[in-house]
Design a protein around this ligand. Structure first.
Ligand code: PMP
Length: 445
């Protein structure tokens, strides 16, 4: 890449530290500068158009350039750009969204607390879980179980629950209270002849054995994404969550559903918990809650989770926690309008209607001689390539070739992942996979 002096590209390399790159060698390739977005498309600074096949970072449900959201943001900024919710203050937008989320929740929920990112929300759920165990007089009940390839963010506690080595190595993570069980990747890790139901029972037995070995009195919570996304898109077998939940109930372990990606329609129901029959104690929401137009996340908790925490705060005189931006009025106003758009335009229905085509086209890609497998549900999926000499090289090559064909998708290892805006049309789904098919042919040369 030739980088013009003083260009955005050059100044980016000079000044900005980026996530998920090799920092030392970042400047050799630099970045694609995205300048604007409209619908499912984004445009770079040379005017090239791309289908945003990952909806940004799995998040822009309503597509780019939605002026209903910018209008609401401007109105709210003009009226009250910022206020906090500390110490007996509140404001309408946070209340309106909290009420809406409680009404929408697929299982009875008691309270909402707003945060600004998925990591922050998950970190706080860990802290509140510990606070709750202390409140219940069970100070030893503090361990948290996540899953290999699970992703819950990168802050110290959330990053510890994440089950990806690159988020642990050299960061001194995970914390010593965190444990991990296997990824429910049936296609990749079933035993010979093992049915999906048997596989799910084995996964549950592994979890139960871990809880027994640690001591049920030391295990507080299990975190899981209904569909694992950032680890490479792993859709669990139908009975997986039922089996897991039975174990958690037997040992009084809380279930935290990380709906940061699944929430607001991604799996073909409003929440991933509905698609998979999950009855969580806590739901963590972000990304499509505001289509990422504003940073926003929310923790929904049931009474079982909330009540001991409220009791403890009464004993202490205060709940000693709070973020400056919790319930930010512009973020919550945009979130509510975004959810109205999802409902009014029936984007969950659009996801359900387009899902068969989306999955059929993914399966078609997987028939390519370079491909090995596909996985997906709703409008989230991945095609996995046969590995080249170096793991991840084939995935990276396909990601680059797809971009050259006008599709931005995300390689995770050798899987290319798709999660397009929920407003996508059948023609755009076809255009996206036609382009990726050409990219597969190109890297096969
Ligand atoms: N949980 C899940 C399931 C996620 O996918 C992500 C982000 N990809 C996070 C948590 C962390 O969210 P954030 O990047 O906003 O901290």
């Amino acid at each position: 890449m030739t980088v013009m002096p003083n260009s955005t590209e050059a100044r980016d390399i000079a000044y900005q530290l980026h996530p998920l790159v090799d920092l030392r060698n970042y400047g050799k390739t630099g970045a694609l500068v995205i300048e604007r977005g409209e619908g499912v498309y984004v445009y770079d600074n040379a005017g090239n158009r791309y289908i945003e096949g990952l909806a940004g970072l799995w998040s822009v449900a309503v597509g780019f350039g939605e002026t209903r959201l910018s209008d609401v943001a401007k109105r709210q900024m003009d009226q009250l750009a910022y206020y906090h919710i500390f110490a007996h203050k509140t404001h309408g937008p946070s209340v309106d969204l909290a009420e809406k989320l409680i009404q929408m929740a697929p299982v009875p929920m008691s309270k909402v607390h707003f945060t600004s990112s998925g990591s922050e929300a998950n970190d706080l759920v860990v802290k509140m879980t510990w606070y709750r165990s202390n409140a219940l007089g069970k100070p030893a009940k503090k361990k948290i179980i996540g899953r290999v390839k699970g992703y819950h963010g990168v802050t110290i506690a959330a990053g510890s629950i994440t089950g990806l080595p690159r988020n642990h190595e050299s960061f001194d993570l995970p914390l010593d209270r965190m444990r991990h069980v296997s990824c429910p990747d049936y296609a990749g890790s079933a035993l010979p002849g093992e049915s999906e139901a048997e596989f799910s029972r084995r996964m549950a037995a592994e979890l139960e054995a871990l809880i027994q070995a640690e001591g049920p009195d030391t295990v507080a919570a299990f975190f899981g994404e209904p569909v694992m996304a950032s680890g490479g898109v792993y859709v669990p077998p139908e009975t997986y969550w039922r089996e897991i939940q039975a174990v958690l109930r037997r040992h009084d372990v809380l279930l935290i559903a990380d709906e940061v990606i699944c929430g607001f329609g991604r799996t073909g129901a409003m929440f991933g918990c509905e698609t998979f029959g999950i009855e969580p104690d806590v739901m963590v929401l972000s990304k499509q809650i505001s289509s990422s137009y504003m940073p926003l996340s929310a923790i929904l908790m049931n009474e079982r989770f909330y009540e001991p925490i409220a009791d403890e705060s009464e004993r202490r005189g205060v709940f000693g926690h709070g973020y400056t931006a919790s319930g930010h009025p512009v973020a919550t106003a945009v979130g509510l309008e975004n959810i109205r758009i999802i409902e009014e335009r029936d984007l969950v229905g659009n996801c359900r209607r387009l899902s068969p085509l989306f999955l059929e086209r993914l399966a078609g890609l997987a028939e390519h001689r370079h491909a090995k497998a596909w996985r997906g549900v709703g409008l989230i999926g991945a095609v996995e390539l046969k590995p080249w000499a170096r793991a991840g090289a084939a995935g990276a090559a396909l990601q680059a070739a797809a971009q050259a064909e006008g599709v931005i998708a995300r390689a995770i290892g050798d899987s290319l992942c798709f999660c397009p805006p929920l407003i996508i049309t059948a023609d755009q789904v076809n255009a996206m996979f036609d382009a990726v098919g050409r990219a597969l042919d190109a890297i096969a040369e």
